[in-house]
Design a protein. Sequence first.
Length: 409
Amino acid sequence: METSTAHIKSILDRNLQQIPAQLAGPDRAEFIAGKLSSYDSETRFELRKYVETFLMQMSTLTASDIDLGGHGCAGKIWYRIHGAKKPWERGPEFTHDQYTLLILNMLSDRQIDHLVRDKSLDFSYTSIDNENERYRASSYFDLDHLALNMRKIEAEIRPFSSLELHPNVARQLSLNHLKFGLTLVTGITGSGKSSTLDTIIDANNQTVNAHIVIISSPLELIHHTKKCIIRHREVGRDVGSFRDGIVQAMRQDPDIIVIGELRDSAAIRNALEVTDSGHKVFSTLHTASAMESIDRIIGETAQEEQERVRMRLADVLTCVISQKLVKTIDGKRVLAKEVMITTPPITAAIRNNNVSEIYQMMHEGAQYGMHTLEQDLYRLSELNKISREEAVSQANNKSRIQQLLNKTI
């Protein structure tokens, strides 16, 4: 690695000697990007292959993410291993400008223009040698220096049985059983939402003849046709925006529409509209619980529209799965989740703005396949998969998890 690194640094430094000192941030990145044209295709290929050695190291370290560049990394390459972010102590170190050139070399001209203009870029990256090795990436500026995070997209889809869902919940997620409705998979960043959603999509792909349209930014796992036609539309590459993708999907004869993430009020409104038209829709939210998800959807809309959105949500919401990846006793991670099915009482609670009542309904809704996050953490603790301390740490409702662990209810 040392010889290779010295060679790569000599290639990079060839074009990093005459950068005007006054240039900073996007202006500096744009100037460095202009230097890429002086490299021939073989040299640019060599630089990309070198960066991919860092990506290959992720498998060796069992890492989910890699971070490099920017002020915060202090010249080092960092990996997230079983939830903990750590520097690669034996890895090479680079200057800010060297990292900037390595990052820009991974991008197309259009992506570079977007990055310089908007100061951030979300994109997907495919390995040069293996099209099944894909990464979700985000490049952005950190104290005027270009940084990059990449998350490995697992090519292997987990079996549906690994979600350990109640048969009634499994039926709600299947197009064979329910042709319409909105299902949300929620959780914080790094909680495995995308993996769960991919498992649900694959289960439908294996069991029903249908047409699935996936709209995402960026696209992650690529699904291959089994029983379904599956269209992949990446925002910025295949379609201009989420809204355009959703509107266009309505004219493409879909059975299932997958919206990568409900990022804002426009995406929420569009998702409700397409679900209201009779389609089955799946999406994700950055929320920690089913109740928070409902509040977020309503709260993201303008005050004068909230009542109408609440009624529409009550009509179309069918299922919410809120999840976390929690540390196991042996240092790995396991899925803990909360499941809500919109039974008539829950629908009424949403309509009447009594969302706080839903927690107890989930707690008592085992016959429908519902349970709270605290009940699932308690289950994992009883199975000796996680410690009691971890159960308490990860719980949303601290008093309830304590009650469960103390068996007072």
